[in-house]
Design a protein around this ligand. Structure first.
Ligand SMILES: Cc1cc2nc3c(=O)[nH]c(=O)nc-3n(C[C@H](O)[C@H](O)[C@H](O)COP(=O)(O)OP(=O)(O)OC[C@H]3O[C@@H](n4cnc5c(N)ncnc54)[C@H](O)[C@@H]3O)c2cc1C
Length: 461
């Protein structure tokens, strides 16, 4: 079995965590592994170190012409290398932490003409002809070769053994892969960042209450409206013809078009054909895993720009401005696409959970029985932080945040949650946020409507 693992070096110099999981999954099933990365020449040593874990070879795609690539240009460039390497399987991480779009994998599957399985939670079986995986949202899926997988953050990359040998790193330039320079780097990238600024969204004015007031605050909050509405900053002219894929993103589509047309999600080929023929100004997609996969595949088929996980859309009647968090949510970027229709996935929320959620953070790890009793008593589902998942207190499916789920219940009660931006981006659309934490300076209080400064275990329910 020939496996190519796509790897990106993060801003911290380390391997992107999702790619680390993809590499580990490839190492587990064995075969001839080649690492593939696009980046500056300085990434050569980084790749060389990674070959010690088992890959015989690494290919570094490095050329000035590749710089500034968005997901479409990246997928195009990687696909040219894949064409030369001819693997049975391509393993990618679900997303990078720099862009966190989850688009490159599905786009690459189109350019490299492979089958695809997204959101892989584990490879169950693989041979020269087919692969079966457990997926996050759709159970077990089997795909025949060639197939591309996008892997969730499900394992820990092994350490090299003392005696392990380094493989080799080959550097390939644009010439080596016969790249069309109009389709690589910034030139080949249809999405353009217009501005970035500090992300202040989600901040609330916290009213501190006593533990005795908690149950009243919960029941009052449940009576209020559900999720925070999308910012609609478009007062002037709007776009004429906008397609909205499913009902979930409708609120966003209405922000930029008086009468958006709701269309249903269909196969990639049918959606691409329909959009090509109908020529809308914009297509707005939801952020469930299927919409994210199909939107990225359609974008690759039609060579269109696609902006992921937008938190607000704006227009001047001509251009769709897409606003999204970037760099782990610390900044927001305003982006436009130079191709038409402009396409965006928007941050919609999980609808399969209770209207009230209790988030158990690391501060309540020793009192989980009490947390569960409390959640049950108010009819809440339990969710958690990544630190709890990393320490095996909860499965990954329960994780809220940048690398987990986005939720928008009427009431979100954060117990022992610090409130780091990575967690906040997943819950900031909740109707009312209540936080319990003994540290009065914990950031969670900046994002809460109500706060109780106390140890959770000292509170009587
Ligand atoms: C690239 C990247 C992606 C990430 N993605 C995510 C993500 O998707 N989701 C996510 O959640 N995190 C994510 N993280 C991790 C994130 O940065 C934080 O490390 C994590 O959210 C912290 O979890 P925590 O709040 O449970 O734990 P801690 O940071 O340990 O905070 C525990 C809190 O509990 C309080 N506490 C202590 N004792 C008590 C008590 N007795 N009662 C009540 N409170 C108490 C403390 O004061 C503290 O505020 C990511 C990090 C990175 C680098």
């Amino acid at each position: 079995m020939k496996i190519v693992v796509c790897i990106r070096q993060g801003l911290d110099g380390e391997i992107n965590p999702f790619d680390a999981c993809a590499y580990e999954e490839a190492l587990k099933i064995g075969g001839e592994i080649t690492l593939l990365s696009m980046g500056p020449l300085t990434a050569r040593d980084f790749l060389l170190r990674l070959t010690r874990l088992g890959a015989k070879k690494a290919i570094l795609l490095s050329d000035k012409a590749f710089a500034g690539a968005d997901t479409l240009a990246t997928a195009y460039t990687l696909a040219l290398a894949i064409e030369k390497l001819k693997p049975d399987y391509i393993f990618c991480g679900r997303q990078t932490l720099v862009g966190d779009t989850a688009q490159t994998g599905p786009m690459l599957s189109v350019y490299a003409k492979t089958n695809i399985i997204t959101n892989v939670m584990g490879v169950l079986a693989a041979n020269e002809s087919e692969i079966t995986c457990k997926t996050r949202d759709y159970g077990e899926i089997t795909a025949t070769v060639p197939a591309l997988l996008t892997v969730e953050r499900i394992n820990n990359l092994r350490l090299p053994s003392i005696r392990s040998k380094m493989g080799e790193v080959e550097v390939w330039t644009a010439k080596d892969i016969n790249a069309d320079l109009n389709r690589t780097g910034l030139t080949g990238s249809p999405t353009r960042v217009l501005e970035t600024k500090e992300n202040l969204s989600g901040r609330r004015r916290c009213k501190y209450i006593t533990a005795d007031e908690l149950s009243t605050v919960i029941s009052e909050s449940l009576k209020k409206s559900t999720e925070k509405v999308v910012e609609n900053t478009t007062d002037g002219e709007k776009l004429k013809k906008v397609f909205c894929v499913g009902q979930a993103p409708l609120e966003y589509a209405k922000a930029v078009c008086e009468n958006p047309t709701v269309i249903s999600l269909d196969t990639v080929d049918k959606m691409a054909e329909f959009i090509k023929n109908e020529k809308p100004d914009a297509v707005i997609w939801g952020s469930d895993s299927l919409s994210k996969q199909i939107s990225a595949q359609v974008a690759a088929m039609l060579n269109l720009g696609l902006c992921a996980d937008c938190t607000s859309l704006q227009t001047d009647g001509q251009i769709l401005y897409m606003v999204r968090p970037a760099l782990a949510g610390s900044v927001v970027a305003k982006i436009k696409s130079i191709t038409t229709p402009a396409m965006a996935t928007v941050r919609t929320t999980q609808n399969d959970m209770a209207n009230i959620l209790v988030a158990a953070g690391f501060g309540v790890k020793e009192n989980l029985d009490k947390v569960k009793t409390f959640a049950e008593s108010i009819g809440a589902d339990l969710v958690t932080t990544r630190k709890m998942v990393d320490n095996d207190f909860f499965p990954y499916e329960k994780q809220v945040g940048l690398t987990g789920k986005t939720v928008a219940p009427s009431v979100y009660i954060a117990l022992g949650v610090a409130g780091v931006v990575h967690h906040i981006v997943g819950m900031q659309r909740a109707g009312t946020v209540i936080a319990i934490n003994p540290d009065k300076d914990a950031p969670i209080f900046d994002y809460a409507d109500y706060g109780i400064i106390a140890n959770f275990e000292d509170i009587k329910f």
